[in-house]
Design a protein around this ligand. Structure first.
Ligand SMILES: [Zn+2]
Length: 321
């Protein structure tokens, strides 16, 4: 229950008439007004995975989905008990400690995102990690919310000793001057941002192919469409397996239920839909644990078939690893 200031004051007046008059009417502890540190750990076989939240962004619903009516979008949000006047997009990256290496999958918004983002480093440190100890960062694709955590606005490198590992197809697209020159004006800042983030280390960046393991136990999977080189990952150890969906969906509340919808961020809508259906179907059929970049924290769970679409079933909290 929430107490309004007026109700709290009314309560004080009532107390003044009671034998308890004079006792504190307010808790000694002020309301926090802040969410708790958002990190969450789970095991995949012998690997230890930690989800790290980087806040969220809100955007108008209008125009977010290119091929659905506003009423249909609101209906799906309402059915999930979410606000129907805006779209909430959370950001959650993964840390994988393989025992040999500390590896990140994507890096968050750094200090470039909406004011409700930028909690990544606080949460990362709260989870006991030090950016100086990161051995490798594997990137799913080159949108700013996935790469800007690598380098602050002032140029500071955030993970100085980390090897940067990127999908070869994604690198070929964004680092091509021909593609940049041919891109519509609205996309040119995204090309410039890729050069800002990777430029100073371009010759040291490691490119990987789909089907290969940039890090032992982490296989890159072709999930193109959202961007030309958009990549999902299968993290495997022993019998444990995690399918890292990256942006195969934006918030799965919408796009697991309606895989045929395409978000404004999907660069090739048709290909994005194909990848989405393929990955969701694989997760459901094989009953694999999944993690999404844009699901509600801790952004991990399973995928169940549901009519013509799917539903994400969030993981139950595990108090022990
Ligand atoms: Zn994204």
């Amino acid at each position: 229950m929430q107490l309004s200031r007026r109700a709290a004051l009314a309560g004080t007046a009532a107390v003044a008439l009671s034998p308890l008059a004079g006792r504190a009417a307010q808790a000694a502890q002020a309301l926090s007004g802040q969410q708790a540190p958002a990190y969450y750990r789970f095991k995949v076989g012998d690997l230890e995975v930690t989800a790290i939240n980087d806040g969220f962004a809100s955007r108008p619903l209008d125009g977010f989905i290119k091929n659905a009516s506003l009423d249909d979008v609101k209906a799906v949000l309402g059915a999930a008990f979410l606000p129907t006047d805006k779209m909430t997009i959370p950001f959650t990256t993964l840390v994988v400690n393989t025992g040999q290496k500390l590896v990140l999958i994507d890096s968050g918004n750094g200090n470039t995102g909406a004011p409700t983002t930028g909690t990544w480093m606080t949460n990362f440190k709260a989870a006991g990690f030090d950016p100086a100890n990161v051995d490798a960062v594997i990137i799913s694709h080159f949108h700013g919310d996935h790469i800007n955590g690598l380098r602050l606005k002032d140029g500071t490198e955030v993970f100085p000793k980390a090897e940067l590992m990127v999908p070869a197809t994604e690198w070929a697209f964004w680092m091509s001057d021909d593609k940049m020159n041919a891109a519509p004006e609205g996309m040119k800042p995204a090309f410039a941002n890729v050069r800002r983030v990777f430029g100073p280390k371009a010759k040291d960046v490691t490119q990987f192919q789909w089907g290969k393991e940039p890090i032992t136990g982490i296989t890159a999977l072709d999930a193109h469409g959202h961007t030309p080189g958009h990549t999902a990952f299968a993290v495997a150890s022993g019998t444990g397996k995690l399918l890292v969906m990256s942006d195969t969906t934006n918030n799965p509340v919408l796009f697991a239920r309606k895989p045929e919808w395409t978000a404004v961020f999907d660069m090739d809508g048709e290909e994005a839909i194909k990848s989405r259906r393929k990955m969701l179907d694989m997760a459901a059929t094989d009953r694999m644990q999944v993690s999404f970049y844009h699901a509600a924290f801790p952004a991990t769970g399973h995928i169940a078939k549901d009519g013509t679409g799917f539903q994400m079933v969030p993981m139950s909290f595990q108090a022990a690893l």
